[in-house]
Design a protein around this ligand. Structure first.
Ligand code: 5RP
Length: 225
């Protein structure tokens, strides 16, 4: 029986529960796969201390389940951060930010000892870049940053919804860079981070995933990096 993409997402969300450490705080990502995970986490909420959220939407969903949401400034460490990805390689490098939450995702992930990526099998790629690379920018710099992103070979487009720029939870804009063939994700991550006006690039290569739970027709595969 073939599974739908949502069923694959649910399967990896369930599999991620065994990575949650009892009596600790868990870092929680953003997106449809992360939402399945939050719903699973609710079933064991009495076993955890609480969560740190990577977006306002995730915080609202966690609170809706009665899970305590901690401000990151109150937290010194956490064992795991669990989140989806838009693309992931067999080396654990990822593109993230399809949901515009890349900056807070990267911040929360940086505090966690392990990044557990939960993804349906369609997200596994040989080379990153078919999914447009999200870059969060300071609004006044969006044109100048777009120009520099074009210079590195990408087709940089401001993310719009209903004709107006999408704003992140931080009040910034997103440029999606189309047409990149990212053969050296760590290098490109550093190069784009160095452009003045860039807040965060949605490449998670320097600190990529430690584990990926990948939903496939044959079951959940565990990739360890
Ligand atoms: C949000 C993200 C998400 O993890 C990514 O977009 C994957 O989302 P989904 O689980 O809905 O496929 O980076 O900023």
């Amino acid at each position: 029986m073939t599974m739908t993409q949502d069923e694959l997402k649910q399967a990896v969300a369930q599999a991620a529960i065994k990575y949650v450490v009892e009596n600790e705080i868990v870092g929680v990502g953003t997106g449809s796969t992360a939402n399945f995970f939050i719903d699973e986490l609710a079933k064991i909420k009495h076993k955890i201390k609480g969560a740190v959220a990577s977006s306002d939407a995730t915080a609202a969903r966690l609170r809706g389940h009665g899970i305590e949401v901690f401000d990151l400034n109150q937290v010194t460490s956490m064992p795991v951060y669990i989140d989806g990805a838009d693309e992931i390689t067999a080396q654990g490098a990822m593109i993230k930010g399809g949901g515009a939450a890349l900056t807070r995702e990267k911040i929360v992930a940086s505090v966690a000892k392990q990044f557990i990526c939960i993804a349906d099998g369609s997200k596994l790629v040989d080379v990153l870049g078919k999914f447009p690379l999200p870059v969060e920018v300071i609004p006044m710099a969006q044109v100048v940053v777009a120009r520099q992103l074009k210079a590195i070979g990408g087709d940089a487009r401001l993310r719009l919804k209903d004709g107006v720029p999408v704003l992140t939870d931080n009040g910034n804009m997103i440029i999606d860079v189309h047409g990149l063939d990212i053969t050296d994700p760590s290098l490109l991550e550093a190069d784009i981070n160095n452009i003045v006006g860039v807040v965060t690039v949605g490449l998670f290569a320097r600190h990529g995933a430690n584990v990926c739970l990948l939903g496939t027709a044959e079951g959940v595969k565990t990739l360890v990096f």
